[in-house]
Write a protein that binds this ligand. Structure first.
Ligand SMILES: NC(=O)c1ccc[n+]([C@@H]2O[C@H](COP(=O)([O-])OP(=O)(O)OC[C@H]3O[C@@H](n4cnc5c(N)ncnc54)[C@H](O)[C@@H]3O)[C@@H](O)[C@H]2O)c1
Length: 358
């Protein structure tokens, strides 16, 4: 039997720990895995594109465990009442190849993306950053808000979305969460939200080369957490922001980010650092308080690997809903797979209805 973690179980575990401690715990796992980068077998994800979206497979393996995630990105889905991003994934034992757990990953992707953003920002943003603009107030937004409030000490959030209803939803959810000392300001434009911010998170969904942030909005010292541009032809930053002489661009896995990230707009040899170099101290997150630091996030399979292992451990340790599924046969004789279908099944044992022959 294979463990199954459904949406209800993730809800239970997040409620049990609290959203902020859950994300902080996951962030520790992700950072620890980025530190042992060399142990992972890595590849850019496999993406299947259509005119309206993308479906991706994301594998990662550390020689002991193997994980993959199925994830889609369909920005027009919300108009049909469907999510932009949905996902599920699996963690397996390399020794036997047997799956250990099959899990929902829609909620988990939002949790791990926020955790990764906060890990990067802790190394890259100016110390004492308190004000964050949050552009794009859809599914991922609350998770980003919680992570940055808890892990970075953000105390003012400046919100903007082209869809006022999305901002209204975010405001209501943040009011219910009542994050300590957090001031939430609703803005009328991206420019207004970004003005005076220490950190700018862009997490918009649009399958095109958008320019959510333009060069005149950026001031020295800002940290940009660019989350929404994560596909070929789907970006959020004007390329001149990346070309600023004081810009420092950090990506997760350069071979994937050069295809999918903001840096797809630039030459293939544009200098970037990888997050592993920053969290191991081999490269500075920022050189000084005037650098414009940019975390060009697309989402990397290692983060899902960490998330699946973290979830599975919590699932095993904590009380609550347990479900396992008969995904893999359990045989007395492992060479007699046919025994599962060739025996006397109850249906065959019953007399056949009149007119039918065996
Ligand atoms: N980097 C990662 O690891 C990662 C992980 C998950 C999702 N994503 C990406 O993040 C994006 C957001 O995901 P989501 O699940 O929140 O999607 P969503 O559809 O729920 O929300 C996106 C929001 O962006 C808003 N928006 C679109 N264009 C805008 C603009 N020009 N200015 C301001 N707001 C705008 C939309 O109105 C919507 O409310 C997607 O593009 C998704 O692919 C990235």
């Amino acid at each position: 039997m294979v463990d199954f973690i459904g949406i209800r179980r993730v809800q239970e575990l997040v409620a049990d720990l609290g959203p902020a401690p859950f994300i902080a715990g996951l962030a520790r796992e992700i950072e620890a895995d980025y530190r042992r980068w060399g142990e992972f077998e890595k590849s850019p994800r496999h993406a299947t594109h259509s005119s309206v979206g993308v479906i991706e497979l994301m594998p990662a393996c550390d020689g002991r465990q193997y994980a993959f995630k199925y994830v889609n990105g369909h920005p027009k889905n919300t108009a049909k009442g469907l999510l932009t991003v949905t996902a599920f994934g699996m963690l397996a034992d390399v020794e036997t190849g047997y799956p250990l757990v099959l899990s929902e990953m829609t909620l988990t992707t939002a949790l791990r993306t926020a955790a990764t953003s906060a890990v990067a920002a802790r190394w890259m943003a100016r110390a004492g950053s308190r004000v964050m603009a949050l552009i794009g107030n859809g599914s991922q937004a609350e998770f980003q808000a919680i992570a940055f409030h808890d892990m970075l000490g953000i105390r003012e959030l400046r919100l903007y979305d082209t869809d006022p209803a999305a901002t209204g939803k975010l405001q209501e959810n943040l009011a219910r969460l009542a994050l300590a000392g957090l001031r939430v300001v609703r803005c009328r434009s991206t420019a207004e939200a970004v003005r005076g911010a220490d950190i700018v998170t862009t997490v918009t969904a649009d399958k095109r080369n958008a320019t959510i942030l333009t060069p005149e909005m950026i001031t020295p010292g800002m940290h940009l957490n660019a989350v929404g541009g994560d596909c070929p032809g789907k970006t959020e930053l004007h390329a001149d922001i990346l070309r600023r002489p004081d810009a420092r661009v950090v990506v997760e896995f350069a071979p994937q980010s050069r295809i999918e990230g903001e840096i797809q707009q630039l030459a293939a040899d544009f200098p970037v650092d990888e997050l592993t170099e920053v969290v191991t101290g081999r490269k500075p997150g920022r050189r000084n308080d005037a650098d414009v630091t940019i975390f060009d996030s697309v989402g990397f399979a290692l983060e899902d690997f960490s998330a699946l292992r973290y979830l599975h451990r919590l699932h095993q340790q904590r009380r609550g809903t347990r479900t396992d599924i008969d995904l893999i046969p359990d045989l007395e004789d492992p060479k007699d797979l046919f025994s599962l279908v060739g025996g006397q099944s109850p249906a065959r044992a019953r007399p056949l209805p009149a007119g039918l022959t065996a």
